[in-house]
Design a protein around this ligand. Sequence first.
Ligand SMILES: Nc1ncnc2c1ncn2[C@@H]1O[C@H](COP(=O)(O)OP(=O)(O)O)[C@@H](O)[C@H]1O
Ligand SMILES: [Mg+2]
Length: 245
Amino acid sequence: MLKLEDLTKSFEATTVLDNISLDLESGETTVILGPSGSGKSTLLRCLNLLETPQSGTLFIEGDLVEFGGKLTDEQVRTIRKHSAMVFQSFNLFPHYTALQNVALAPVLNGKMNKKDANKLASDLLDKVGLGAKKDSYPDNLSGGQQQRVAIARALAVSPDYLLFDEPTSALDPELEAEVIGVLIDLAREKRSLVVVTHNMAFAQKVADRIVFLEGGHVLYNGRPEGFFSSTNERIRRFLNIFETV
Ligand SMILES: Nc1ncnc2c1ncn2[C@@H]1O[C@H](COP(=O)(O)OP(=O)(O)O)[C@@H](O)[C@H]1O
Ligand SMILES: [Mg+2]
């Protein structure tokens, strides 16, 4: 499981996450919602220490880190190995094929030899529906295909938690649907997913838990049913934008 206690993150004088506490169960899909600037990306980035909180505790699958001082490289490595991040902008290496992009990390982190990593990458590309595109370069793939390569690449390091920061925001609806399809498959397999998204259908139908952030505070944390039927004025205003329910 993943547990945050009293997590605070500020940039200079601005507090972006204000004493956040959260418990996420393994095998669940958590969707983080909230208006722009509410701290969603920062929260996700704190989970794998792309940002370092000023105070609080992060507990992830048996490893614990208390924030306050400077973290050691060993602490960062220990926490980071539990998760992998998928970004809005894919971030594939342009001079590597799809297969090479996916196979790279397990070799670099010393977990696999090249042959095993290539086999794993090949299997993972099959899994995300890109069996026919293994030798294609990112430039020759659609945005949806590139994002599926990025998901396969995240899976290649066998993370306990997959973190997605608006994985479909750069995509047309049709391509968005193919990426959401992969996320749905992962959720059905009971992978642990933490997804920042504005895709309300995914949030409503697939999430086990909704976390709604506003101004660095958790305004809602619980089942989707309760969120989508909430009478909280701020939540209604947010949902009305999407014309859901
Ligand atoms: N590296 C940074 N330096 C300064 N301010 C930042 C930085 N990253 C984020 N912020 C600020 O933190 C707030 C939350 O940002 P973010 O987590 O990106 O929100 P969201 O993902 O919900 O849109 C915003 O006001 C943003 O300007
Ligand atoms: Mg963001």
